[in-house]
Design a protein. Structure first.
Ligand SMILES: Cc1ncc(C[n+]2csc(CCOP(=O)(O)OP(=O)(O)O)c2C)c(N)n1
Ligand code: SF4
Ligand SMILES: [Mg+2]
Length: 346
């Protein structure tokens, strides 16, 4: 598997990268969101995902426009502001064969959409949920969003005095089994996390710090390229080995690598750093958030992993077939079944 595929290369489905492309981006040149789009295209191509099996969901914002720029052959629904989670929940329950991919902004998710986001997490809807987090409402000209750090300075000089909402800490609290944070300019980490999230059996959250070059990329912004480069603290080097690939042997001393297995046999391989962070410990994750807040650090990587909670469609006991494809004989119970129900209710 390589990132250096040429334009004539095809994946195992015989599709070129072009089959995973979308329309031309209309975002500002240099916007972090375009880097996320590029990695989504690469991840879907490299995972051999048939584009029509993906269901893209978004709300309103520059970030929520991006599903127009990748996988034009996928299914998609661009919802209203902050309401993407309920649309995604309905769509993914109605058709369990779809691969859910939500792209949203910090305003869409943490400001107007916070309630919807919280319920998606506690239900564990099976989808990759990407927040393109720039600390502002880019589309409406750069007002602070609910993830703007306390003390962050607006380009007009105004200081944010409010406590930020940490979407990863909230996800951990609400039982999410895949909590991660990365930076749009960290292509290797973002690529591995995207592939793992698309393969996870539950809600997989990726909070991507994705700078808004037009409204929030000045030196006193904590969501600028410069600030993130200086404060990012990668917890591990991360690699994703899909289930259909042989797992390469690597020459490392025992204890230097941690392998996390997904339900389909894919493996997330983490190369431990000196800090030896354990992403399977909730306590370690909460301590990390606390330390990061105090020391103004931005730990990135897989912050928490627990694949044990069943996804919402499994909890609901749904049939495998898309509901729209069920025949009338399945949907309409015979008179005896109705009689049995009536008998029970007596
Ligand atoms: C109900 C409603 N309220 C407000 C708006 C105006 N509005 C559009 S996008 C947006 C914020 C987008 O911010 P974010 O989700 O962070 O996306 P970004 O543009 O930063 O990528 C707002 C407030 C709206 N479209 N609908
Ligand atoms: S306004 Fe900001 S978030 Fe929107 S496209 Fe431009 S740089 Fe990106
Ligand atoms: Mg934003």
């Amino acid at each position: 598997m390589t990132d250096k595929a040429t334009s004539t290369s095809t994946n195992a489905l015989g599709l070129g990268r072009g089959a995973y492309a979308g329309g031309k981006s209309t975002l500002c040149p240099g916007c972090g969101h375009d880097s996320v789009t590029a990695q989504i295209i690469a991840a879907c191509y490299e995972l051999n995902i048939p584009p029509h099996r993906v269901a893209k969901f978004s709300g309103i914002g520059c970030s929520s426009k991006t599903p127009g720029y990748f996988l034009s052959r996928a299914q998609g629904f661009n919802g209203t502001h902050g309401r993407m989670p309920s649309i995604a929940t309905g769509g993914l329950l109605a058709n369990r064969s779809l691969i859910g991919l939500g792209v949203t902004g910090d305003g869409d998710t943490a400001s107007i959409g916070l309630g919807q986001f919280a319920h998606l997490l506690r239900r564990n809807v099976r989808m990759a949920y990407i927040i393109e987090n720039n600390g502002v409402y880019g589309l409406t000209k750069g007002q602070f969003s609910a993830t703007a750090d306390e003390g962050s300075v607006h380009r007009g000089g105004e200081v944010n005095r409010q406590t930020p909402i940490d979407c990863c800490a909230l996800a951990l609290e609400l039982g999410c089994g895949f909590v991660s944070r990365t930076f749009s300019a960290d292509r290797t980490q973002l690529a591995a996390l995207l592939k793992a999230a698309l393969s996870f059996d539950g809600t997989a959250l990726i909070d991507v710090v994705s700078p808004c070059v037009t409204f929030n990329n000045h030196p006193s912004s904590t969501k600028s390229y410069g600030y993130v480069k200086e404060h990012e603290e990668p917890l591990h080097a991360i690699d994703f080995i899909p289930h259909f690939e042989p797992h390469p042997e690597i020459e490392l001393k025992p204890g230097e690598v941690r392998e996390l297995t997904l339900h389909d046999g894919s493996v997330i391989r983490l190369l431990r750093t000196a800090a030896d962070y354990d992403p399977q410990s909730r306590r370690a994750a909460f301590e990390l958030f606390e330390r990061a807040r105090g020391e103004k650090l931005l730990p990135t990587g897989l912050l928490f992993f627990d694949p044990s909670r069943p996804a919402f469609d499994t909890q609901c006991g749904l049939v495998d077939e898309p509901l729209a494809a069920l025949g009338v004989e399945t949907l309409r119970p015979p008179p005896e079944a109705l009689a049995a129900i009536m008998e029970e209710l007596k």
